[in-house]
Design a protein around this ligand. Structure first.
Ligand SMILES: *Cc1c(COP(=O)(O)O)cnc(C)c1O
Length: 408
């Protein structure tokens, strides 16, 4: 365990002044939530926005709504290298997880596999496909749309890690039939926990409204706990103090769990209040992330056994910068050195979803070879605003301690 300066992997900012806004938002209640909804709608040019307690709850809500419209369909196709929250939400919604392998070059779907899945679905069991922008790396949503054209399969964009990222076709989260963001602790912008659903499809929005009636409100004790967490986040995200929460195992920082037992609530006024001023804050944060991502892209170019996803035009702002390291001993050494020196190099998810035995039983049999090798090779580098020049030098040093530059 390290005592001393430690870079957090993601560092969503919750300034202390936001906690005060949150508290005043708690007083304003519905009007504060309304304000956040209107701002999100305008920013994304979306017709309908719904605010809930987490990204998982957002996805659950979307899937229940789609299933309400198409009760005979129950398959939900997701990339096999993914956050465990995603299968948690699918299982919670009573639906079936269908895994699709990924392309290790782009971290997006392996499109030939996706095409095979769609073409072989003669009985029409697939309800939705979830292009997923992992680390803010854009998935090719237009390509998924073309693939499902002429079917009733819905495209649900998992933009949990990609708030504020703009690509050629528009903002991520608005390119599918319906999309969602997470405002959880490890994401770009956080309200401690929270989720946003966006859609411009009137029929889907109506079904979502129906399902949303079954969601609860936060009670006073839960709000109090949110306030405590917001204060802790605002104080301890700074690298000088981050080692403290990191050393507390019950906080489970950076852990990803399969757990369909999560709660389903509408967003509170406190959380909406925390978001006040999110647009300028997001713009600032994204510019820093974009600049740091470009630095990593340049610094890692041409090193033997180190592979970067092939995704940088236009310049993008990543949540964490993903890199594949082919040699497992070297990867282990890098992670260990980073842990000792508090440099914030992290793995993402311990395994691909096809390896989560007993959870994704439908995936059993279909092994997803690329997803599982990415799970074994991936590390992510921090790109947030606390990363200093000296940190970058140290990270490069650790990264290349056992590595030669190729002569190209
Ligand atoms: C974090 C995340 C989610 C779930 O969001 P929570 O707010 O943590 O429930 C879903 N999908 C992806 C890709 C995520 O990274």
């Amino acid at each position: 365990m390290r005592l001393g300066r430690t870079l957090p992997p993601a560092a969503a900012l919750v300034p202390l002044v936001s906690v005060l806004h949150g508290l005043s938002g708690g007083m304003n209640g519905a009007s504060e939530i309304r304000r956040f909804e209107v701002e999100l709608k305008r920013y994304h040019a979306a017709e309908h926005v719904f605010l809930v307690s987490s990204g998982k709850a957002s996805l659950y809500l979307i899937l229940k709504a789609l299933h309400r419209l198409r009760p005979e369909k129950d398959g939900v196709v997701i990339p096999a290298f993914n956050c465990y929250s995603v299968p948690s939400a699918i299982v919670r919604a009573g639906l079936r997880v269908r895994l699709c392998d990924i392309d290790s070059d782009t971290l997006d779907f392996d499109y030939p596999s996706l095409e095979k899945l769609v073409k072989s679905d003669k009985a029409g069991t697939i309800l939705a496909i979830l292009p997923t922008h992992l680390f803010g790396v854009p998935s090719d949503v237009p390509r998924v749309r073309r693939l499902v054209a002429g079917t009733s399969i819905k495209v649900v964009e998992d933009a949990a890690q990609a708030l504020g990222v703009r690509v050629q076709g528009g903002r991520l989260g608005t390119l599918g039939d319906v999309g969602f963001f997470s405002l959880g602790r490890g994401k770009v912008f956080s309200t401690v926990e929270g989720g946003v659903v966006l859609t411009s499809d009137a029929e889907v929005a109506e079904a979502i409204k129906e399902e949303l009636r079954l969601f609860k409100e936060y009670n006073a004790a839960e709000i109090f706990w949110l306030v405590v967490q917001a204060v802790v986040l605002s104080l301890f995200t700074d690298p000088r103090l981050f080692w403290i929460p990191k050393a507390l195992p019950f906080l489970k920082l950076g852990k990803t769990r399969f757990d369909p037992g999560f709660s389903l609530k509408g967003m509170s006024g406190f959380q909406a209040g925390l978001s006040r001023g999110w647009q300028p804050a997001l713009k600032r944060i994204s510019a820093i992330r974009q600049a740091n991502s470009a630095v990593w892209k340049e610094a890692l170019r041409g090193w033997q056994g180190v592979f970067q996803p092939n995704v940088m035009a236009p310049p993008l702002s990543f949540l964490r910068y993903p890199v594949l390291i082919r040699n497992s001993d070297r990867r282990r050494a890098i992670l260990k050195e980073s842990e000792l020196r508090g440099l914030g190099i992290m793995t993402a998810y311990p395994n691909s979803l096809d390896r989560l035995e007993g959870v994704i039983h439908q995936g059993a049999g279909e092994r997803c070879a690329n997803a599982s090798s990415v799970a074994r090779q991936l590390v992510t580098l921090p790109v947030h605003g606390y990363v200093t020049h000296l940190d970058r030098q140290k990270i490069k040093g650790v990264f290349f301690m056992s590595c030669r530059k190729t002569t190209r």
